[in-house]
Write a protein that binds this ligand. Structure first.
Ligand code: NAI
Length: 211
């Protein structure tokens, strides 16, 4: 099946498959049936077979999936073995936490620079990175050619920054800024993260489901 035809919900499940299979691999589990995988992931076996069939199917009837092979194959489908050069904009509380705690290298990205518009942060370090002022952004993008950006800046600053970054060649955004990037940049690949949405889903569960 051509990659364009794969539904967003299947794509959303791929990192979860990758994570679960990684855990099984660590536990030296050699192979697993779709039923066992489904039970451990809270899905149905037919959903798992359907999802994996979108990419060609991997199991053998009566034998299941070879855990390490499927883990590697899903990793390749996601692109975790890629090193897409990435910059992070906004070295405040959130930016620092993300730069320090997310292992970009195992997820298809390589963090190559951190920027902030605050003069006082210039030269300060987050891990091995020296924070650069945003006045260096253009020159940096021209020479290092990042393709992705993590936006950890306030919503009020995000529209202008997104315009600038798209102009400098950024195509993919991991966007924490609560700004709807698609308004001006329908071609950009955007993954919006709203932690508040996640806890509101929990609130819905508490208030409506578990009473
Ligand atoms: P913060 O105030 O600690 O850091 C923001 C940083 O962005 C500051 O260092 C500031 O100098 C910098 N900045 C502002 N405008 C800039 C620009 N034009 N270019 C470069 N740098 C710029 O704030 P914090 O706590 O790190 O949060 C950042 C943003 O992320 C906030 O707007 C917050 O609402 C949002 N947020 C989103 C979450 C989510 O789940 N999506 C979770 C937590 C925060």
């Amino acid at each position: 099946m051509p990659k364009d035809n794969i539904s967003a919900s299947v794509i959303k499940r791929l990192p979860r498959y990758y994570r679960f299979l990684g855990e099984l691999k660590k536990q030296n589990v050699p192979h697993i049936s779709s039923r066992q995988l489904a039970e451990s992931m809270g899905l149905t076996a037919s959903q798992i077979r359907h999802d994996l069939n979108c990419f060609g199917g991997f199991g053998q009837q009566g034998y299941g999936y070879v855990v390490s092979d499927l883990h590697t194959a899903i990793g390749k489908i996601i692109g975790v073995d890629q090193f897409n050069p990435t910059i992070l904009i906004g070295a405040g509380n959130l930016g620092k936490a993300i730069a320090s705690h997310i292992n970009f290298d195992t997820k298809g990205f390589t963090l190559i620079g951190i920027f902030d518009s605050d003069e006082n942060l210039k030269g300060k370090k987050i891990g091995n990175f020296e924070i650069m002022h945003t006045d260096r952004l253009q020159e940096f993008c021209k020479s290092q050619k990042p393709v992705a950006a993590v936006l950890c800046i306030p919503k009020s600053a995000a529209a202008d920054m997104a315009d600038t970054l798209v102009e400098y060649g950024i195509r993919a955004f991991w966007n924490f800024s609560h700004y709807d990037l698609k308004i001006n940049h329908s071609d950009a690949i955007v993954e919006n993260v709203h932690l508040g949405d996640s806890i509101m889903t929990l609130a819905y569960g508490l208030n409506n489901i578990r009473k």
